[in-house]
Design a binder for this molecule. Structure first.
Ligand code: PLP
Length: 410
């Protein structure tokens, strides 16, 4: 990766017509260390959030020693970055061939489930491989309720009384048993974790089975952009939220258990930006070379406010410099011909933005590279390294707003 001090330098040097990702390794290390030092249990980074080898390698270098994995490709990516790291296979519904591979080839001994037939699947393979069930820990995934940008309990999780039965069954067969939940993503409300912990405590009390661990999943909120027109309480600082969750773990009498967390977004969101180019300005519409089928689907579906910065093309004649200029809302049209490829909320940018300018969109490290498609033949894959954090120096000049009230022309 070529290295630049800022995205502006990169844009002016490369004059890219295709999106260029700006990777900030020091920011990644800083955010990984912040979580590791806040959480007293094992931090298992959720590989699905961003599984690029250069990200996983940096995380390992920053001290991450465990990974939450869900597929053979993720087993391999985690092993490639850190051969000795612990791998936790936390997908509740798995293919038999994948379970076999996990146990046999990758030495994985921790798995999650939310149904008795999954216990049976795993048991068959454990017996066939002549493993001791005592060496295998099965985490029962609990269904939870709460307010997240994404709700995942619609898809996975056992109801409390079902979870009690599953724990007893796992214990009877001779496996070690654990409890886990995953409250969703970008969860800013401590109450969501608290309710899940309350459920875990109830299930533990009813089951009367010795537990090998409690895994509180992911969902910790990353810092994103701010909309000055819509002052919102700042997202909780991760260290504080983690401490508050640990307080709840203790208050629910679960503090004696070995703990695991599976952060994704909170660790990788800030480490990546994308430099996009304005291909055409049409009134208050900006047609850019990225969109919901490339790097921006998460901000679109998750209703996330991304920070943005205008990088005017100096080759274009302009009346004055942009700093201090009035921000105006622009409707952003993605690169493909697809009619859903329009960002649902306006970007607020200096009024002078025009065809040929670049926009650096910050904090897209989570669920961006992993969700890129080749739709319509567009697949951004160019990277540079950037030394300065997005927030440092000149502040963001704009943001992708949550504002939906009529302001967005389009
Ligand atoms: C996606 C996922 C995570 C990571 O979630 P974030 O919101 O990115 O922290 C953790 N655990 C499980 C089981 C997941 O599916």
């Amino acid at each position: 990766m070529r290295r630049f001090e800022t995205a502006r330098e990169a844009a002016l040097a490369l004059r890219p017509d295709r999106p260029v990702y700006g990777f900030r390794p020091l920011v990644l290390e800083e955010d990984a260390r912040a979580f590791l030092s806040a959480f007293r249990g094992t931090t298992a980074y959720a590989v699905k959030t961003n599984g690029e080898p250069f990200v996983l390698e940096r995380l390992a270098a920053a001290g991450v020693t465990a990974f939450d994995v869900a597929s053979p490709a993720e087993f391999e990516a985690a092993r490639g970055a850190s051969p000795d790291a612990l791998q936790l296979y936390m997908h509740p519904v798995k293919a038999q061939s994948d379970i076999r591979l996990a146990l046999e080839t990758y030495g994985i001994r921790t798995l999650a489930l939310d149904h008795e037939d999954e216990v049976a699947k795993i048991l068959r393979i454990v017996r066939a491989q002549d493993l001791d069930p005592e060496d295998v820990t099965l985490f029962v995934r609990l269904a939870t309720k709460g307010h997240a940008a994404y709700e995942l309990s619609k898809k996975f999780g056992a109801a409390p009384s079902h979870a009690v039965e599953l724990l007893e069954r796992i214990d009877r067969v001779g496996f070690r048993a654990g409890l886990t939940f995953h409250v969703g993503s970008q969860v800013e409300d401590l109450g969501t974790y608290e309710r899940a912990l309350g459920t875990a405590a109830w299930v533990r009390g009813r089951a009367g089975v010795e537990l090998a661990g409690l895994d509180i999943g992911g969902g910790f909120p990353a810092r994103y952009g701010e909309d000055p027109k819509r002052p919102a309480p700042p997202a909780p600082e991760v260290g504080k939220l983690v401490k508050d969750i640990e307080g709840e773990i203790d208050a629910w009498g679960l503090g004696d258990l070995p703990l695991v967390a599976e952060p994704g977004r909170v660790i990788v969101a800030r480490c990546l930006s994308v430099i996009v180019r304005v291909l055409l300005k049409k009134g208050q519409r900006l047609y850019i070379n990225d969109g919901v089928w490339s790097s921006l689907s998460d901000s679109w579906t998750g209703r996330i406010t991304l920070p943005a910065r205008l990088i005017p093309d100096p080759a274009r004649r302009r009346a004055q410099k942009t700093s201090g200029e009035k921000l105006a809302p622009f409707r952003v049209m993605g690169a493909t011909c697809d009619s859903v490829d329009i960002l649902s909320r306006p970007f607020w940018l200096p009024d002078s933005v025009d065809t040929g300018d670049w926009i650096e969109i910050g904090h897209i490290g989570a669920y961006s590279l992993a969700l890129r498609t080749r739709f319509n033949g567009f697949y951004p894959d160019d990277f540079v390294e950037i030394a300065t954090p997005f927030e440092a120096g000149e502040g963001p000049e704009g943001f992708a707003s949550l504002e939906t009230r009529g302001g967005a022309a389009g």
